[in-house]
Design a protein around this ligand. Structure first.
Ligand SMILES: Cc1cc2nc3c(=O)[nH]c(=O)nc-3n(C[C@H](O)[C@H](O)[C@H](O)COP(=O)(O)OP(=O)(O)OC[C@H]3O[C@@H](n4cnc5c(N)ncnc54)[C@H](O)[C@@H]3O)c2cc1C
Ligand code: FES
Length: 282
């Protein structure tokens, strides 16, 4: 059963940047959204910085899809946190937003994560696995599950300690297990190593896995969960032009033929609904 999906207000709206700073190798900024509903974990927004968008180079033309990483306050005065990793002109401009600037947003969009018992009535808890910038929706999901009293285990992976993605800010003091590819702390290696250990030690009937991260990581998670017969929901990324189902720019193939549009059918999808988590790679 799909989780409740808040309805985004029509069109774009201007939001003030109330805080911005570098945190864990990424940029974390906060917008004050006075109109939109509270987003559900896993949803995303289409963002456009008001200044310098479509600059002298002509790019970027289109808004960029960004997951909400933190939600504070209530409708009418929501503060939405976004974590930015610069990969091109759109994220570069969002990365340069400072307190007092304005940002146009549309959303929240997309299908959110389901609760564990919606996926498996026998589920006794959730295992969360995030990698790199993919910790953003995992942080929102984690807070939601904890507030509902759902037992969670959180596994996070990064290339090194300098890129540990605002863990303290987004996850607080709550217990997390960390993996660093360069061995600069925690487990030396991938977050999927930690997940394999957890799944091997679990009663597979009791776990539901949730994951977000780079496509190769998500594909490894998808295969691992299929191998252990554990249900998994993946928050996927693919290039998005419109964000609301009109352009088919975000299509990902289904196992039995046909396509899903990640912006409306996803970005959160069950592992068994897609042919590969690598299919939408930018
Ligand atoms: C649902 C969803 C949620 C997202 N959440 C976030 C988020 O929380 N924070 C964030 O920083 N980004 C997020 N992204 C990714 C972001 O929207 C894209 O990376 C976007 O295209 C970047 O725009 P750009 O103009 O900076 O780079 P582009 O010009 O679009 O891309 C520049 C180069 O980077 C490559 N590229 C594009 N996307 C990625 C990527 N994700 N990783 C590595 N290389 C890439 C492209 O192939 C191209 O070569 C999300 C995407 C989706 C679909
Ligand atoms: S981004 Fe246009 S259909 Fe999904």
């Amino acid at each position: 059963m799909p989780a409740e999906r808040p309805l985004a207000p029509f069109g774009r709206r201007s939001c003030a940047v109330t805080a911005a700073g570098d945190d864990g190798g990424y940029r974390l900024f906060t917008l004050l959204d006075e109109e939109g509903p509270r987003p559900a974990p896993g949803q995303f927004y289409m963002l456009t910085a008001e200044g310098e968008w479509q600059g002298s180079s002509g790019r970027p033309f289109l808004p960029r899809a960004i997951s909400v990483a933190r939600v504070l306050g209530e409708r009418g005065g929501l503060r939405l946190g976004f974590l930015i990793d610069v990969v091109g002109p759109g994220t570069d401009r969002l990365n340069r937003l400072a307190k007092g600037d304005s940002c146009m947003i549309a959303g929240p969009f997309g299908t959110p994560f389901s609760m564990p018992k919606e996926i498996n009535p026998e589920a006794v808890g959730a295992v969360l696995a995030g990698g790199g910038i993919g910790i953003a929706p995992i942080a929102v999901l984690r807070r939601d599950l904890v507030s509902r009293g759902v037992a969670t285990r959180t596994l996070l992976g990064f290339r090194d300690r300098d890129h540990s993605g605002a863990v303290a800010t987004l996850f607080g003091c709550e217990e997390t297990r960390l993996a660093f590819e360069d061995g600069s702390g925690g487990h030396r290696g991938y977050v999927t190593d930690l997940l394999e250990l957890v799944l091997a030690g679990d009663d597979p009937g009791g776990a539901v896995v949730y994951s977000c991260g780079p496509p190769a990581m998500l594909e490894a998670v998808r295969r691992m969960c299929a191998g252990h017969d554990v249900p998994v929901e993946l928050a996927l990324e693919s290039p998005m032009a419109c964000g609301f189902g009109a352009c088919f720019g975000c299509a990902v193939p289904k196992p039995d033929g046909g396509y899903l549009r990640l912006c409306v059918d996803g970005p959160v999808l069950r592992g068994d609904r897609i042919a590969s988590a690598m299919a939408g790679e930018a």
